[in-house]
Ligand binder design. Sequence first.
Ligand code: NAX
Length: 325
Amino acid sequence: MKQPVRVTVTGAAGQICYSLLFRIASGEMLGNDQPVILNLLEITPALKVCEAVAMELNDCAFPLVKDIVVTDDPAVAFKDSQIGLMVGAKPRGPGMERKDLIADNGKIFSSLGKVINEVADKNIKICVVGNPANTNAFILAANAPSINQRNITALTRLDHNRALYQLAEKSGSDIAEIKKMIIWGNHSVTQVPDIAFATVAGDAAADKVDAAWAKDDFMPTVAKRGAAVIAARGSSSAASAANAVLDHMRDWCLGSESGDWVSMAVPSDGSYGVEKGLIYSYPVVCKDGDYEIVQGLEVSDFIKGKMDESEQELKEEREAVADLF
Ligand code: NAX
């Protein structure tokens, strides 16, 4: 039997986690031979609900779950943690602007970064989900200098999966036949969904759909899909976000599919001219518990222009929280 992996999940009483935790516990993230210890972090007022989630997890009698810790103390939640799923954050309230959200949530991620820096495993793999995800990951990284910085990432896999669905539907193909989708940039409306290198059953996706659709329909539909779900459901994407977190972490830990790539927001190494250190979504290949940014793609001027806009937005977000690092 393998040693259990300690997984910390923040915002554990929230919507996304109500879908996420049960699937981690069943082995869908790390494999059905990998035991886990679940450390569930919540703010004090939500502890009772979090205890109820733990009760339900216990009532599932998942054989892989070796322990569940419910706490409002980040130092307990992240002690020796090897995986951090950073879901907990404030949602945008009525009348709140994006910059208010950045300031409020930024504080959460600076203080959690400091705690992680002190108590977590130095190679903890982190996926930030709470919005603004890329900038929150940047703040966390800046406050956790002792942690392997490569391992501080943010979620754009939901955008990637949304893009796969849109292309499959438009081209009348099976999602499993689509490879090499890309989301570049920020997890926001400036994100750049890009089908230029995508294939459908081995053929260029660009030959299956017209260029105007890709530009005027596909790109905005994917970028605004989160808002469309909110409009339809009255609250933000939850099960699909949880599914994307599982995809992100499973591929990172166990390897992505051969011949394909996935989108992850990772610290830029300067690839494609993006400023080093910004948490930017790239196409990556995952292998042996690590990822590599796909290199050498010849990006069109149109896409590069959009990528630059998304990079600029990330710089502005960083500027807005400069006091937090
Ligand atoms: P909920 O409001 O249902 O749950 C959030 C939970 O976080 C609450 O239970 C709250 O008590 C807890 N929390 C707040 N501050 C905390 C702190 N300092 N420490 C620990 N827990 C804390 O939101 P939910 O629908 O689960 O969404 C969570 C976050 O994911 C939001 O920021 C949301 O915007 C973001 N999303 C990100 C997506 C992505 O693709 N990156 C997509 C889905 C989602 O919109």
